[in-house]
Design a protein around this ligand. Structure first.
Ligand code: AR6
Length: 170
């Protein structure tokens, strides 16, 4: 199972995988951070398809094509905004990972890359988010045999180190 999950440092838009996950907002119409980078790399057709989806609730996931990306699919999920930890943030974040993985499997995705959902503009503490992300992905891989590879793509050094550290402790 361990070889089916890997933490790397890099740019998610450059990954050669079947699907990349977007840390979107409820409008699904784009934004800053990884969302902005994915929309820029995919081209304007992505937002056109997103408009047809009429938004997405926090912790839910929706799928579109990848357009100019090397990935065939973009799975958009909306992480929780960190509000101190007593507003169900942990469970909402865990549900993002579960829902996006389920949607991936339904669409025949075998390789998938994740950004660190909610730890940028949404201010979720990175160590806590890493625990939740890695726990959910590993639990999913234990019961699923169709996903061949899950990459956790960390953009900055600090996030990368924290995910590596948490991954090593599992
Ligand atoms: N590849 C991988 N990770 C990236 C990239 C990239 N190209 N660019 C940034 N990151 P954020 P959130 C990292 O703020 O906290 C948007 O405006 C970034 O360093 O993108 O879920 C949406 O529209 C951080 O570690 O997402 C929403 O409004 C991680 O991705 C809101 O931000 C997540 O940071 C969502 O906030």
């Amino acid at each position: 199972m361990i070889d089916r999950f890997e933490v790397i440092k890099g740019d998610i838009t450059k990954q050669n995988v079947d699907a990349i996950v977007n840390a979107a907002n409820t409008s699904l119409l784009g934004g800053g951070g990884v969302d902005g980078a994915i929309h820029r790399a995919a081209g304007p057709e992505l937002v056109m398809e997103c408009r047809e989806l009429h938004g997405c609730k926090t912790s839910q996931a929706k799928i579109t094509k990848g357009y100019k990306l090397s990935a065939n699919w973009v799975i958009h999920t909306v992480g929780p905004v960190w509000q101190g930890g007593n507003k169900g943030e942990d469970e909402l974040l865990a549900t993002c990972y579960r829902n996006s993985l389920e949607l991936a499997v339904k669409n025949g995705v075998r390789t998938i890359a994740y950004p660190s959902i909610s730890t940028g503009a949404y201010r979720f503490p990175v160590e806590k988010a890493a625990m939740i992300a890695i726990n959910e992905i590993k639990r999913f891989l234990e019961t699923d045999s169709s996903i061949e590879k899950v990459l956790m793509v960390c953009f900055d050094e600090d996030t990368y180190r924290k995910y590596l550290e948490i991954c090593g402790s599992f």
